[in-house]
Ligand binder design. Structure first.
Ligand SMILES: Nc1ncnc2c1ncn2[C@@H]1O[C@H](COP(=O)(O)OP(=O)(O)O)[C@@H](O)[C@H]1O
Ligand SMILES: [Mg+2]
Length: 263
């Protein structure tokens, strides 16, 4: 049976879709069978980030309405053969769909994969409830900013009324130069605020934005390393830390920091 993990945050734009896609790629590159499920029904863009939008023929709605079999609705990644996407596009056009039907699809998927990663919508309304109800574990994605942390904290409180056995936080868009100068919350501050287990740290890096079709082979080393550690932490339960301050240590590090700040 698959581990079913929902990526949630409360706040929008903090990196749920980015982490879902990249964690999926890293797990698949380690020989796990992974299915990404886009449950951000209103603003679904996981297919775009995965560069699969032209290949979606059927969605979860078609599976529920028995227009196709589940295998026909899965789109295989072109770089990682163990990685698939199930789109939920169109699900909000049919208001008669029940949560039990969505859970039925997820439960069928869980017999076919090792990991199911669910991309959750922002907010805490119906779409959030639906995504969270299908999962056993949660990764709470936050940036190291007060507004994002506050929303993450609210989500964590709400998650306790669901059947979620493991909750971990992931800090996205961490800036080593600011953390080193104590101008940004670090992993210890965030851990103390959120009070759940540590999952990983992903640095702020523009290459994540331009990476839609090139996939991880073209990622900058630091970003690759951070997602590699995150995926290892998920697989093994370890709490290894990616240190995003490392480039700013020492003499050359302080020059890099000055250059970054002067842009
Ligand atoms: N670590 C990062 N470094 C730089 N940009 C990032 C990073 N993570 C996400 N982004 C960018 O932030 C924007 C929002 O990310 P996204 O994953 O769509 O957030 P969400 O799914 O939570 O709304 C996207 O343009 C994405 O490319
Ligand atoms: Mg998103």
């Amino acid at each position: 049976m698959a581990r079913i993990i929902v990526m949630t945050s409360g706040k929008g734009g903090v990196g749920k879709t980015t982490v879902t896609a990249n964690l999926g790629m890293h797990l698949a590159s380690k020989n796990y069978r992974v299915c990404l499920v886009d449950m951000d029904i209103g603003l679904n863009n996981l297919d775009v980030v995965m560069n699969m939008e032209d290949r979606i023929v059927y969605t979860m709605l078609d599976v529920i309405e028995k227009k196709c079999r589940i295998r026909e609705a899965l789109v295989q990644d072109d770089c990682y053969p163990l990685l698939y996407l199930l789109s939920s596009g169109g699900l909000n056009q049919n208001l008669t769909i029940q949560l039990s039907q969505i859970k039925g699809v997820i439960s069928e998927l869980s017999t076919m994969f090792d990991y199911i990663l669910i991309d959750c919508p922002a907010g805490i309304d119906a779409g959030f409830k639906r995504a969270v109800s299908c999962a056993d574990e949660a990764l709470v994605i936050t940036t190291p900013h007060l507004s994002s942390l506050r929303d993450a904290d609210k989500v964590i409180t709400i998650l306790s009324s669901y059947n979620i056995t493991s909750k971990r936080f992931v800090i996205n868009r961490a800036r080593g130069d600011l953390i080193q100068d104590k101008l940004m919350f670090d992993v210890y501050d965030v851990g103390k605020t959120l009070g759940i287990e540590f999952g990983g740290v992903i640095p702020e890096d523009d290459s994540v934005i331009t990476n839609t079709s090139d996939k991880i082979k073209n990622f900058k080393i630091a970003l690759n390393r951070a997602f590699d550690i995150l995926s290892d932490n998920i697989i093994t339960g370890k709490k290894k830390l990616f240190d995003c301050t490392y480039k700013y240590k020492g003499f050359f590090g302080s020059i890099k920091k000055l250059l970054k700040r002067s842009v």
